[in-house]
Design a protein. Structure first.
Length: 320
């Protein structure tokens, strides 16, 4: 049985370490040997991965919003296009690796938040990459989309790359092109070759949700993330501008969550919540009854206990 793109949850009890670790974190400085940024494009061909199993990553919450562990496959109901499907694979996934893309909006509306994002990122990466097969990539986007660190399991490489968020990379933008390429960035990252290892794939996007200049739209971005089986966590960081509604749509459709940085919910706290999500999740798989290429199928995953709510992606596309 082939199983592709399942959820990783290698994050143990690191949440308590977030505040203390942040307080001890010095300012980031670029590493002398740091590779230059690599432009990436939403036009990059999609990696084709064949699988006989559809993977569904799920997080379950009780009526108070607390995550629920200890469930079995018999506690879930799964439907594709309205028809019940037998769950052929089930795991709590705590031993599976994670591949994570941290994506930072560095357009003009976000420049005031960069230092906070660097500091929080230097705690986030060590908390997420706790196994040798956990990996992450750092991407910034504004009028260009740049990979500041290639996919790696090196926390040090990622920490050094964070410092480059403060630098101008306007020379990478297309002539006469400005704006914020949010949707194009989601698609470009969805097309990165994340490999075929088991485990969850997630994007964490820091932005105000504004998009100006993308070739593609929000529906295109959702479609490509679903094709790649990537869960999107969005973080609205703004004083009221942008488009928070778009961020909610991106997250809901892919099985992630949308957060907002406020005076009572800091970026570090949000990162800790995302870390908890990624280790308190379930991995489910089923054999699709319809495998015709390039077709969208709706997924409906619920708990038999109606007091519980399930967070999972809403659908998927069969490979082209």
């Amino acid at each position: 049985m082939t199983l592709a793109r399942l959820i990783p949850l290698p994050l143990l009890a690191l949440l308590a370490a977030f505040p203390s670790a942040l307080a001890q974190t010095p300012a980031a400085t670029p590493a002398p040997a740091q590779a230059p940024p690599i432009p990436i494009s939403a036009d990059t061909p999609t990696l084709k991965v064949n699988s006989t199993i559809v993977a569904v990553s799920a997080i379950v919450h009780d009526a108070k919003g607390q995550p629920v562990s200890g469930l079995t496959r018999n506690d879930f109901l799964l439907k594709q296009d309205g028809k019940p499907q037998p769950i052929t694979y089930f795991s709590q996934g705590s031993g599976l690796p994670i591949t994570l893309a941290l994506m930072v909006d560095t357009s003009g509306s976000q420049r005031n938040y960069i230092q906070d994002e660097i500091a929080a990122g230097r705690v986030f990466f060590p908390a997420m990459l706790t196994r040798s097969d956990d990996r992450a990539v750092l991407v910034q986007f504004d009028s260009a989309i740049l990979q500041l660190a290639k996919i790696t399991n090196s926390v040090t490489t990622l920490e050094h790359a964070l410092a480059y968020l403060t630098q101008s990379h306007s020379d990478y933008a297309a002539p006469g092109r400005g704006g914020t390429l949010l949707y194009d960035a989601v698609i470009a990252v969805s097309h990165l070759e994340f490999g075929s290892q088991l485990g969850r794939r997630a994007m964490v996007i820091l932005t105000d949700g504004g998009d100006n200049g993308s070739h593609f739209n929000a529906k295109d971005a959702i479609r490509e993330a679903q094709r790649a089986d990537i869960v999107i966590y969005t973080i609205y960081y703004s004083n009221g501008g942008g488009d928070e509604g778009v961020l909610k749509d991106l997250s809901k459709a892919t099985g992630g969550r949308e957060f907002s940085v406020t005076s009572t919910m800091t970026l570090q706290q949000i990162y800790a919540t995302i870390a908890a999500d990624l280790r308190l999740q379930y991995e489910l798989g089923y054999r699709p009854p319809d495998s015709r290429p390039n077709k969208y199928h709706k997924i409906d995953l619920t708990a038999k206990d109606k007091k519980l709510t399930v967070q999972a992606r809403e659908g998927y596309f069969t490979p082209k």
